[in-house]
Design a protein around this ligand. Sequence first.
Ligand code: HPA
Length: 273
Amino acid sequence: MDKLYEKALESAEYIRARLHTQPRIAVVLGSGLGDLTTDLADTREIPYAEIPHFPTVSVAGHKGALLEGMLGSQPVLAMEGRFHFYEGYTMKEVCYPFYVLKLLGVEKVVLTNAAGGVNRSFAPGTLMLITDYINMMGTNPLIGENDERFGPRFPDMTEAFDPSLRTLAEQTAQELGIEYKEGVYLGFMGPCYETAAEIRAFAGMGADAVGMSTVPDAMVCNYLGMKVLAVSCITNMATGIQTVKHSHQRVLQIAAESGERMCRWLGEVIQRM
Ligand code: HPA
């Protein structure tokens, strides 16, 4: 994206003029995981289509808006709807919102997604706190000329998922009695689900879950110096582990069912962040 910095600045200035708070925390809501927004108070919505330079949502019926609201005393910006590489967006478009969030003063980003379980000790409905990622998307959002105003040419990914935020999530889960697992998320380009052979390969590589988002987001947020906390909702077991074929309907149904637990957990974590 040409003139990324200048465009992101214009987007950020437009959003800032419409905000009533100064959110330091942003949340990205994955497929079927939109429930968190119902816990927000004093909400105001800014449709992506009204924000200059923002990518527009392609699929009819998909939400595309920034939602400002309060979670307790914590001002939050929620992204209702994210951009996926498989939809045909460039990687820079997929990650564009994070450049804008950075310029808005956001410091911490909470990412959620629906994912397939590769670890056989998981089951549909498991919540997985992401400890690390494997990039199998075949590309990288940071390819191209680097703008040092955003971040370094060779960003470090040693702590792609912030250890202190993970500790906070662990403590909060214990207090609330919420069960969760930890694991490595592998990002797959999609839009096909994986083959059984791919899943065997990914298991051998150390993946615990597989999905079609989150990896580019986590890369760019780290590059921009924003801390990341991420949770997968395991909506199905990956190909070859589950005996039935995949169904997006089923994915959405399990996400909606487990979403309540995820929202109770992350809602509390965010208030303590
Ligand atoms: N694979 C990839 N992405 C997914 C899956 C899966 O099994 N389930 C939900 N998102």
